[in-house]
Structures are given as C-alpha cells and as structure tokens.
Design a protein around this ligand. Structure first.
Ligand SMILES: [Zn+2]
Ligand SMILES: [Zn+2]
Length: 290
C-alpha cells in the first residue's frame, strides 16, 4: 500500500459548515478515499489540544502534536513546561508544535514570542520530541534561536515554508525537514518554488495546514486533508517524479522526522458510505490508488 501523509493539519479548526464535510469522521473518510492515509493534527494551545483530542481519539492513523503558537500566546496564558510536557506523553503525539515566531502578523509581541519559542525548544530537547516550527517574517531570529538552543538535538520540520532559499539552507543544515503547503501551487509564489527546486527530495514533506491555504485548483474553499493530493501532484510534476514516488518519499521522510513507523490504518469509526464528493472529482479522476 502506498501511504500519503498530510503532515500538518488542524482538524479541530474545521467548521463542518457549508457544502463540505460534516464531521471529522467524514473528513478522514474523504481523505482516505483520495489516498491520504495518515494525518498529523496540530493544536496551538494546551486547551485546544484537549478539544482536538476529544475529536480525533476514535480514529486510527491520526497523529497529534501540541505546542504554543506564536499568534496564540495571549489566549494560551501562563502555560508551564509541566503542562505542555503532559500533552506530549500521548502515544500518538509525535512532536512539540507548532511553535516559532511570526512577525508578519504580530511583530509587537516579539519579546514574548522569543521567550516562548526558546522555552519550547528547550522542552523539546528535554523530552526528545521533534519540533514543528512556524516562522513568518522572522528568518534571522528563528535560525538564531534554533542554533543557540540546540534545536539540532531534537530536529523537526519547518512547516508551511514560505521564506527564502538562504533560510531553507540554514534549516536543512540544522537537520530539519521542510514542509510545503498549498502555497507552492499559488501563481504568485515563485519564491516558494525556488526553494522547492533547491530542497532535496529526501528532506521535504507535504501538508495542507487546513482549514487555511487550499491549493489550486480549489483555492478559496475550506481546505481539508484530501486536498494534499493536489499539492503532492503539483510538486511531483515540478520535481519531475511520479506522484507515487513522491508519496512514498514524503511518507519515508515523515517516518524519519517523527520517528514513527506508518502502518495501514484500521477503518475503525470512519464512515465508508455517504462521502460527499464536493470538489473532489478531479482528484478521483486522477486514478487512485497509484
Ligand atoms: Zn503555522
Ligand atoms: Zn498550522
């Protein structure tokens, strides 16, 4: 069986409104129908983690991660290392994150972000979990903190990468993987495709970051894990490899980054019928399984 992983999604942030799927079970069923066998669902505060776990616990093949997002510092409040470490003990918890720095949306909270990010790198090294790093308009500080707090020791992934080649090179040198979202398919994202050209196949992953950033040709609708197929197929074409080869390679990279062995998920609790096919026709027509 060829696995395909959505390496970063926010299953608890989907709204289940409109024409799209009505439940997490349906989201997972639609993903599986498109060949997306596994997902890593990410929480951005400790409270979100509890909510998310209640939603995803029944389903096999769905991994989780918890961190304090740089844009959620205020609502996260005064979290402690003990509280966050407790979340990371779940058997399907693969990483600490997302954490990082975002000066694009919140330059004013730079000091608090630096403090929170540094504490989380230290904790990840301590509990030996890889990091999921969110970095936006914060190249220098991000790499500086990764270096000074020895992020190399725990490793991890730069998720939804949209910075320049220089930063990609520095992160790859620190042993990190680079994950690409639907942004890679956007017409104006030549800078991301420059990085895509540069990044070696054995160091990249694909993600949706849903419910945000739906890829072309479904840009503008609510994103969901099934749509990582579009990003995968775009990148495969761009890199001159088959979608199947890229699915296999990015799955192997996921296993290496998160120190996990992917297994065929049991269908427990995933509805097999009544999957609405809104916007999925093009994916189905492209012939799954590979
Ligand atoms: Zn992010
Ligand atoms: Zn995210």
């Amino acid at each position: 069986m060829c696995f395909l992983v959505d390496s970063h999604c926010h299953l608890a942030s989907l709204t289940f409104e409109g024409k799209g799927p009505k439940s997490v079970g349906e989201v997972i069923a639609r993903a599986r129908a498109c060949g997306v066998t596994h997902m890593l669902s990410v929480a951005c505060t400790i409270e979100d983690y509890g909510t998310m776990m209640n939603l995803i616990k029944p389903f096999d093949g769905i991994y989780n991660a918890c961190g304090i997002h740089p844009l959620n510092l205020e609502e996260a409040g005064a979290w402690t290392e003990e509280q966050l470490a407790a979340c990371l003990t779940d058997e399907k918890c693969l990483a600490l994150g997302e954490t990082g720095l975002d000066y694009f949306y919140a330059a004013e909270s730079r000091e608090a972000q630096l403090d929170s990010f540094a504490r989380q790198i230290d904790l990840a090294c301590q509990v030996k979990k890889p990091l999921i790093i969110h970095a936006r308009a914060a190249h220098h500080d991000t790499v500086e903190l990764m270096r000074s707090h020895n992020a190399r020791d725990c490793g991890g992934v730069m998720h939804c990468f949209c910075d320049e080649i220089e930063m990609a090179r520095e992160c790859l040198d620190l042993g990190f993987f680079i994950s690409f979202s639907g942004i890679a398919t956007f017409k104006a994202a030549d800078n991301v495709r420059e990085v895509l050209k540069y990044a070696p196949l054995d160091r990249i992953m694909v993600e949706t970051d849903c419910p945000y950033l739906a890829p072309v040709p479904v840009r503008g609708v609510d994103n969901e894990p099934a749509f990582v197929r579009y990003t995968l197929e775009f990148i495969a074409d761009f890199k001159g490899v088959s979608p199947k080869a890229l699915a296999q390679q990015t799955s192997a990279n996921f296993e290496q980054c998160f120190k996990v062995k992917l297994e065929t998920p049991a269908n427990t609790n995933v509805p097999e019928k009544d999957i609405s096919i809104y916007k999925l026709e093009k994916i189905y027509n492209k012939g799954w399984p590979y």
